[in-house]
Write a protein that binds this ligand. Structure first.
Ligand code: VAH
Length: 313
């Protein structure tokens, strides 16, 4: 059985549904800090959990006799930069609680890192799997600390910890909250609603991105991978594409010809984006557990616009 934290978030809301389809609804215990009455809450076991409450987390993991913990609850980069101490306490406090629960109950463990784990002194193009990581954001500090902590729990306590460095994730089910790459989600919603979008990230700003179906499959594939093949653990570079805002606009215009793109740069989130890689190298993930991505910008844009036309009707 699998305990998922942050189940109502951008990744969690879709991962819970996918995992319930694969492993059975009763085998996936969804938790989040609130109950939003969504399908995640109604289609299988759901519990209220604040991940900073370690005792409650242990109690739930024990009650459901889970053997896997997927820890997704966290504040993303832009929010973390506005509330750095809250971010440290939630992102690191939650992670330690989840790792301790996994250690005590001998659970397999997944938590995501991010391209945000890299900083301005990291090689920016085709960023290697093993390279310098001195991020200049609180979120990045949390992600690098998290990677090191997960590797520590693997080497010191034998906890089977695994993670990926996610690029910006694009999806239409649950909107992201407080990220820097959220512009790449908002643009599709605005294209349908207003045929225009004002981007807070400047043209020419390249960041790695991935469509949610590829992100979800990557989690499943990594967690089911043969551990003897894993030379790395926390966390694997993975990516599907790298693009700048004007490239999404061009792709959208193929479907909505009069779509208008404009720019009103948000210095805070632009500074975060500028500290991150332009493109990362995912060869370790491909070699060690067969990572692959099916969606490129063209295919993603077709699916996002099709799905949002229905959702926003
Ligand atoms: C963020 N979507 O923008 C997250 C992610 C790589 C980006 O970490 O903070």
């Amino acid at each position: 059985k699998i305990l998922v934290t942050g189940s109502l978030g951008q990744i969690g809301s879709e991962l819970v549904t996918k995992m319930r389809g694969i492993y059975g609804s009763d085998h996936v215990i969804a938790t989040d800090i609130r109950d939003n009455g969504s399908e995640v809450v109604t289609s299988g076991p759901f519990e209220i959990l604040d991940v900073t409450d370690g005792a409650k987390m242990y109690e739930l993991a024990k009650k459901y006799e889970v053997d896997t913990i997927v820890h997704l609850a966290a504040l993303l980069s832009a929010t973390a930069e506005k509330k750095p101490l809250l971010a440290w306490n939630l992102n690191m406090g939650g992670l330690v609680n989840a790792l301790e629960t996994a250690r005590e109950l001998n659970c397999q463990f997944f938590t995501p890192s991010s391209i945000g784990a890299f900083g301005p002194t990291t090689p920016k193009d085709q960023t290697p799997q093993d390279t310098i990581q001195r991020p200049t954001t609180m979120y990045g500090v949390n992600k690098v600390s998290g990677e090191l902590l997960c590797d520590y729990y693997y080497t010191k306590f034998g906890v089977d910890t695994r993670g990926v460095r996610f690029p910006g994730l694009i999806s239409y089910v649950a909107e992201p909250g407080g990220g820097t790459t959220d512009y790449a989600v908002e643009i599709y919603y605005e294209a349908i609603k207003n045929q225009s979008y004002t981007s807070y990230i400047d043209k020419g700003t390249y960041m790695d991105m991935m469509y949610m179906p590829d992100a979800l499959q990557a989690i499943i594939d990594l967690m089911e991978a043969d551990p003897s093949k894993l030379k790395h653990r926390n966390a694997f570079n993975i990516t599907a594409m790298s693009f700048a805002p004007e490239e999404i606009a061009t792709e959208i215009k193929k479907h909505i010809p009069h779509f208008e793109m404009s720019y009103q740069v948000d210095p805070a989130r632009q500074a975060i984006a500028d500290s991150w890689p332009n493109s990362i190298d995912a060869s370790a993930a491909k070699e060690e557990w067969g990572f692959k991505a099916d969606y490129n910008l063209e295919k993603m844009t077709i699916d996002m616009l099709d799905k949002l036309k229905i959702k926003l009707k």
